[in-house]
Design a protein around this ligand. Structure first.
Ligand code: A2P
Length: 274
């Protein structure tokens, strides 16, 4: 089964299906190097956030990689404390400044802060119309948050970035997103590295001479999920991109789907306090 390396979002933006996530990557050499290694290995999607506090180094990694800006898809996110109309406009400018970029490919509302996300979205729509964000979306939105947002929105979010991995497959939400032409993107796609010893994943990997991490990434891709594994090690960054020379069978896919336990590693978007 050959896979498309990119996906067209509802507005026509083209997003790479596999990227580097940099949550918990330290600002400074760690972030600069991880981004450079990823771009060297062929990645073209880098996913950061204001809250990760590494936008400065992510920008530096991009600039020093030698890869032209227009070949790289950069995502960043609006932090909760900055939600609200005016503060969103200001936070977006700050992210641009830190990244030293003049546009962002995808700007996301990081969490559905009650009473605020609609005002934030109005600002996001304006940023999108101005061309400074080529696409906009949300993160950690449940179905009911999106339904509520859509009551007043003029632009439908192009992406919802949510926690997805083989032990939290989120099938009902993914179906809702697909029905609304909203792309599903996975954070903590490897279960934060905690499921890499899972016997089923290891056993499936052995058949193809692949690691459990590569099996999981391939499962995301074959499930039409945009996937952004994090690593700060060059060998793992390369390994995580080396997933285009094998294909999981329908039976493998089903076995991985069955690892679902609906257990979150991160907070439930209906119950977070930050
Ligand atoms: P490290 O950054 O030290 O390489 P997720 O993307 O689900 O959040 O998972 C990230 C975690 O998994 C990190 O702890 C990362 O560690 C680890 N990791 C990423 N890729 C691999 C890999 N190919 N093999 C083993 N561990 C990995």
């Amino acid at each position: 089964m050959s896979l498309e390396k990119t996906k067209e979002l509802a507005n026509g933006s083209i997003i790479p299906r596999l990227g580097l996530g940099v949550w918990q990557v330290k600002d400074g050499a760690e972030a600069v190097d991880s981004v450079k290694w990823a771009l060297e290995a062929g990645y073209r999607l880098i996913d950061t956030a204001a809250a990760y506090k590494n936008e400065v180094s992510v920008g530096e990694g991009i600039r020093t990689s030698g890869v032209p800006r227009n070949e790289i898809f950069v995502t960043t996110k609006l932090w909760n404390a900055d939600q609200g109309y005016e503060s969103t406009l200001k936070a977006f400018d700050e992210s641009l400044k830190k990244l030293e970029l003049d546009y962002i490919d995808l700007y996301l509302i990081h969490w559905p802060v009650e009473g605020k996300y609609k005002d934030s979205w109005r600002a996001m729509e304006e940023i999108y119309q101005s061309g400074r964000a080529k696409a906009i979306g949300v993160s950690n939105f449940h179905e009911h948050h999106i339904e509520d947002l859509l009551k007043d929105a003029t632009v439908v979010p192009m992406v919802d970035q949510i926690e997805i991995h083989p032990t939290l497959t989120q099938e009902p939400l993914r179906k809702f997103l697909a029905d609304h032409n909203i792309a599903a993107e996975a954070w903590s796609p490897l279960g934060q590295g905690k499921i890499l010893e899972d016997p089923t994943l290891v056993e499936i990997g052995k058949k193809y001479d692949k690691t459990a991490a590569q099996v999981i990434i391939r499962w995301h891709l074959q499930s039409d999920i945009i996937v952004i594994p994090k690593s700060v090690h060059q060998d793992r960054i390369k390994q995580n991109f080396d997933v285009y020379d094998f294909s999981l069978t329908k039976d493998d896919m089903q076995r991985i789907d069955q690892l679902n336990t609906n257990e979150r590693l991160g907070p439930d978007p209906d119950n977070f306090d930050f």
